[in-house]
Design a protein around this ligand. Structure first.
Ligand SMILES: Cc1cc2nc3c(=O)[nH]c(=O)nc-3n(C[C@H](O)[C@H](O)[C@H](O)COP(=O)(O)O)c2cc1C
Length: 192
């Protein structure tokens, strides 16, 4: 496998979102054999099951990009100890209609930034639970939980904390290796 193409998105629509800023930082911290395309979730409307067979163009485009990607990187905020509705909404759209999920078999890594000390830990474990039904392949380690985010980013939204940058470098490298291992396993018929 030559270049690993990663699709990244953040569960925040806020212009100065720490999670969006973390994804931009990830683009600078990638290993050489990887690319990270960032998709904005703001054009995706609220889910309506009546429309799942003829989804809005923004949803079809999102599903196409997921399918084209080798791996997924999600930057999640923590809202009320769970993931934001914006993120769940996008996940739900791309999982439907039943039998036509774009998520199946995709390697995925999570990072998250919050103003709390636990740095989205509770939201991340809810997200991991969702991956079970979606049949995704989450990277376990390293976990990237950035909190309090105000200490890690500067006023311009640059990730300045060197320990966090190093951890993200390690996570991205591990995601690329995990994606390559799954791809090779599939080619050998060892991974469904
Ligand atoms: C509705 C709501 C609920 C929140 N709940 C939590 C929470 O449970 N834990 C936490 O650490 N921060 C919580 N926060 C604060 C977020 O960590 C903070 O708004 C963060 O900046 C959101 O991510 P963003 O910068 O990417 O938009 C909450 C914020 C909102 C708006």
């Amino acid at each position: 496998m030559s270049t690993v193409n990663i699709l990244g998105f953040a569960g925040s629509l806020r212009e100065k979102s720490y999670n969006r800023a973390a994804l931009r930082a990830a683009q600078q911290l990638l290993p050489e054999d990887a690319r990270l395309e960032i998709v904005d979730l703001s054009p995706i409307p609220p889910f309506n099951e009546e429309q799942e067979k003829t989804p809005p163009a923004a949803v079809s485009d999102f599903k196409r990009r997921i399918r084209a990607a080798d791996a997924i990187l999600i930057a999640t905020p923590e809202y009320n100890y769970s993931i934001p509705g914006v993120l769940k909404n996008a996940i739900d759209w791309a999982s439907r209609p039943y039998g036509d999920s774009a998520w199946s078999g995709k390697p995925v890594a999570i990072l998250g930034a919050s103003v709390g000390k636990l740095g989205t830990a509770r939201a991340q474990y809810h997200l991991r639970q969702i991956f079970v039904f979606l049949d995704m392949h989450p990277l376990n380690q390293p976990e990237v939980m950035i909190g309090p985010a105000g200490d890690a980013f500067d006023a311009a939204g640059e990730l300045k904390d060197e320990k966090t940058r190093e951890l993200m470098r390690k996570q991205l490298k591990a995601l690329v290796a995990w994606t390559q291992a799954l791809t090779q396993g599939r080619a050998l018929g060892l991974v469904p």
